[in-house]
Design a protein around this ligand. Structure first.
Ligand code: ADP
Ligand code: MG
Length: 290
């Protein structure tokens, strides 16, 4: 009777919007100790809009938006979309960059109209020792806003603050995990202030910010070495190495193809609460078989 139960659970899972790609991992879901979540696009909606622009002296706002957005039009990152939409709202015409390159986990750089442009993270600014107004930065990120810096010819031209929203379903998911006594962790490439702001709203057990993509995978390995069975939930290209290393890799369905190809289970509805449904269904399926 066992195979029938399993077959039925696959159909039931599909109905709930869970696509099971790896049976063995799904079976193991009933014994998970910890779940690690990516922030942007997973616990949050991943829809950024620009809320504040602080232009440096000598730079013109529309010009900075044009240069930054022309570059970001080449990127798939949620931050990129937010900056691109700002240009659209201002009816600013964009230019095809002459050169474009992403800086993994830190932003991007290129050449627009012969001008050297970069849009980068606070981490990049620290690495390169570029000064900026830290008071304004702290204030904006304390409000949960993600701040990126636009550099034009290596000079700080503007600070852009972008706001995202925590998914309501993330709150429900965290409450269920507490009841199940499963440790909830967050890994993000975003800065500490924003990470803490999200973690406070969700009452997470552990938070790791300013994490580079390969460090996400390392963190998963470390948790496994502690003897815990761990799941990773994420949506981005950056999350793929971590998804591959976890006992259970869960991709959020609205995410990138790379994440989905690497995952053991795909959440069609992009709802973090469905991670709990995987556990429930795994328990229900494999209990019947023993
Ligand atoms: P997350 O883990 O939250 O998905 P990422 O690792 O994708 O974050 O990005 C980390 C940080 O790198 C972002 O918070 C941002 O500061 C910077 N960054 C990444 N991609 C871009 C981009 N296209 N434009 C500007 N900044 C970016
Ligand atoms: Mg993400």
């Amino acid at each position: 009777a066992a195979p029938l139960v399993v077959a039925r659970s696959t159909a039931l899972a599909a109905k709930k919007g869970l696509l099971i790609r790896n049976r063995a991992s799904f079976e193991g879901a009933r014994n998970l100790d910890a779940i690690v979540f990516d922030k942007t696009g997973t616990l949050t909606e991943g829809k950024f809009g620009i809320t504040d622009i602080k232009v440096s002296d000598g730079f013109e706002e529309d010009e900075v938006v044009m240069l930054a957005a022309s570059l970001e039009a080449q990127s798939e990152h949620p931050i990129a979309r937010g900056i691109f939409e700002e240009a659209e709202n201002r009816s600013i015409k964009l230019v095809e960059p002459d050169e474009f390159q992403s800086i993994t986990g830190k932003g991007l750089q290129g050449r627009v109209d012969e001008i050297r442009v970069m849009v980068v993270s606070p981490g990049y600014m620290a690495d390169e020792n570029i000064k900026y107004d830290t008071e304004t930065f702290k204030q904006l990120s304390g409000e949960g806003k993600t701040v990126v810096f636009v550099l034009i010819e290596n000079k700080l031209a503007a600070m852009f603050a972008l706001a995202d929203k925590v998914r309501d379903s993330s709150k429900d998911a965290m409450q269920r995990l507490k009841v199940l006594k499963i440790r909830a962790m967050m890994l993000t490439g975003d800065n500490k202030q924003v990470a803490n702001w999200v973690a406070d709203q969700l009452d997470l057990d552990e938070v790791y910010a300013e994490v580079l993509p390969h460090e996400k995978a390392d963190k998963i390995k470390q948790v496994k070495q502690e003897g815990l069975k761990v799941a990773m939930t994420g949506d981005g290209v950056n999350d793929a190495p971590a998804l591959a290393n976890a006992d259970l890799g869960v991709a959020v369905g609205a995410g990138t193809d790379v994440a989905m190809e690497t995952a053991d289970v795909i959440l069609v509805k992009s709802n973090p609460k469905d991670v709990v449904s995987i556990i429930d269904l795994s328990k229900a399926t494999y209990k019947k078989m023993i």
